[in-house]
Design a protein around this ligand. Sequence first.
Ligand SMILES: [Fe+2]
Ligand SMILES: [Fe+2]
Length: 252
Amino acid sequence: MPIRREYPPRSIDAAAIAGGAVDAHYRKVLVRLLSAHAFAEKLTALGYQLALETIDNPALRPILEKNFREEKKHARLIYRALAELGVTEQQADLAMITIVKAPSFAAAVHFAQHAADEMDLLMASLALDATGLIMIGVNYRDSSYAPHASAAEIILEEEADHEVFASHQLGLAVERFGPERVGAALAQWLPRAVNFFGPPGTGFTYDCIRYGLKARDNQELADLYLAVIGKRCEQLGLSLPALTDSYPHALA
Ligand SMILES: [Fe+2]
Ligand SMILES: [Fe+2]
């Protein structure tokens, strides 16, 4: 049965929360969601920064610089929304200490920590930018929390570009490295990419949907991502690696 949404898009702001206009639990759920979003943007920015240091292809430099700058800005936008709720960046990050060990953060953590070659960069972009585009476009653009919806709108425009970059690079990679090598890299990254959406049917997501902080369950978004990426792979003559059914997904 669909979960009944209590607050319409953009109906709540920090003053409404402070004034007690919403359920007391709303703020807690919102802070956790924003903290995870901010941290994912920050890790993605770190990944692009690391890629700038390690990838030595002058043709990629402008786009890496652009993505790095934009991911930093995305993180800043979300940390600013947290600050309005009285949560500092340090407090938000501290709350992420255990969550970053979860499979849902594996793609972002991997990108931020391991020096990428061009293939890894492409896969990270497919795992973070293409997924982010879906999460933000489907879930956060119509958030009941107006500052998150506004930030999402700005982020979306830029993520659309990042996603175009990833799609374009995927085609180039097939030409350059051949379908076998690209297929092997996809097999490594696809489980991480799909796990980035998080576990299906959790109590936390239930609360997010009820409060209008998300529109869809993680599973629906993961399925949508697989459909999109599957289609693109098919066009390039790549087959999408099969994954296990339950979260955390692994190669089947
Ligand atoms: Fe981003
Ligand atoms: Fe991005």
